[in-house]
Design a protein around this ligand. Sequence first.
Ligand code: SAM
Length: 275
Amino acid sequence: MKSPDLQRDRHALYEVAVQGVEWDLDFLARCFRNRNGREARTFREDFCSTAALAVAWAQRHPDNLAWAVDLDPEPLAWARRRRLPWARDTKGRVTLVRSDVRKPQKPLVDVACALNFSWWVFHERADLLAYLKAARASLKPGGVLVLNMFGGIRAEKRVIERTRKGAGNAPDGEPTPAFTYIWEHAKLNALDRRLLAYIHFEMRDGSTMKRAFVYDWRMWTIPELRELVAEAGFSDFEVYSEGYDKEHRTHTGTLHKRAHLDHEDSWIAYCAAYK
Ligand SMILES: C[S@@+](CC[C@H](N)C(=O)[O-])C[C@H]1O[C@@H](n2cnc3c(N)ncnc32)[C@H](O)[C@@H]1O
């Protein structure tokens, strides 16, 4: 029997709705391996919230170490209560850090990431530059920082996307209910590119969690990021996006390096910045 609390656990539902942990980690590992000809062992998840990536990284290999950084104690407490106790022997190789990602972190790592557009919380150039400089300073030589972002004509319009998700389990094994994940772009201000977006959850019994997450983001462009990455001192920058199978009208699951990205519909780009 699912308790009302679990039905309403926004972090557990967010993980099911939004995160593709193993897929993301495969890509991060690939970026480092392609550059350095060896496997990355140390990883930092910036804007970690419930530290799903950091713990999964540690679980991938007995020599893997992970740090997970977030400013907000609430999701870190969730990770400590709902995820780490079930990570068993891996637990000792994951460190949760309450800090602003604009501060350089120790120890230095091979790979760091800012995923699910979290870095769009920075609205000003100076703040994004401060983050990129700190992230670069916190990488070992040969290290890579991966940030993702979205755009395209369709993404700049009012968007309401509904995706059904089946019942599952939170990291501690507690059941999560079947629900519909609703992603809404409420408005984009052309003057400052500020995008107001929401995540809502709708349960099968008709109850809803409206505005479970609210995002006041700046919708940065790829050239803006490329220029700031260079200004922060990174030596190289690559843009990847997922392949699309026109015949079957589906994404292929593989990220390809791009020199051109179609802007017609909407796109998600994974950007790799190399120290
Ligand atoms: C959308 S969640 C990211 C969740 C997860 N990492 C993912 O990829 O889906 C964004 C997180 O960034 C954190 N955050 C916002 N500003 C931050 C800052 N300056 N330093 C550290 N964390 C910050 C918030 O507390 C929040 O938990």
